[in-house]
Design a binder for this molecule. Structure first.
Ligand SMILES: *[C@@H]1O[C@H](CO)[C@@H](O)[C@H](O)[C@H]1NC(C)=O
Ligand SMILES: *[C@@H]1O[C@H](CO)[C@@H](O)[C@H](O)[C@H]1NC(C)=O
Length: 178
């Protein structure tokens, strides 16, 4: 896993260096990086959000390394959406390096007083899902899965080269208390 991250980080650097003209050349804004999910009102490991109550009004943050990249408040059903802004290489690098996670800032006791004794923070790792270029159905490049590592590298290259706009979808993996 660590080796793969290093490889991806190296490829990102390569992609940046091979695309000297960047987004201006192709005239597209980079895609917006978006993430959404549901916060569980539960403690544990790899929590299945469908099997436990949601955490209404939870404050969540996207943290990459030590930086808070975005924040949001969940709605009454525990659903949150965060817009991390343009997917530039300063966001893609920590994402590919597995340095980003969703952190629930509101204490668990807020949704269930019997969880007051839980020490730790609900945290979810994140994963790049794919891109929705917003160009409708059909031949849109790469909506849906990334088709493995090769697809991911191609996607990053296209983003860095300014060839793709739209929405870059990032998904949270299950929350755990850490
Ligand atoms: C609160 O948490 C406790 C301990 O996990 C659990 O047994 C209980 O069902 C929860 N209450 C609600 C309303 O979810
Ligand atoms: C998009 O979907 C509509 C309805 O399903 C279909 O008629 C149309 O041909 C599709 N367009 C492309 C480019 O696939």
């Amino acid at each position: 896993m660590a080796t793969k991250s290093l490889l991806l980080a190296a490829l990102l650097v390569l992609a940046v260096s091979l695309a000297p003209h960047g987004a201006e050349a192709a005239g597209k804004q980079p895609p917006l990086a978006m993430i959404s999910g549901v916060v569980p009102c539960s403690a544990g490991n790899s929590i299945n959000v469908a099997a436990v109550p949601p955490f209404p009004n939870a404050a969540v943050q996207m943290v990459c390394g030590r930086d808070v990249m975005a924040s949001a408040t969940a709605d009454r059903s525990g659903t949150y959406t965060m817009n991390m802004g343009p997917a530039t290489s300063s966001l893609l690098a920590p994402l590919l390096g597995n340095q980003c996670k969703v952190v629930v800032v509101t204490p668990l006791a807020t949704c269930n007083a019997s969880l007051a004794s839980v020490t730790g923070t609900l945290t979810a790792p994140v994963q790049l899902l794919g891109i929705d270029t917003g160009s409708g159905n059909g031949s849109g490049s790469g909506s849906g899965g990334l088709g493995g590592l090769g697809g991911l590298i191609g996607l990053i290259g296209q983003i860095v080269g300014g060839l793709l706009g739209g929405i870059l979808n990032i998904i949270p993996l299950p929350f755990s208390v850490v």
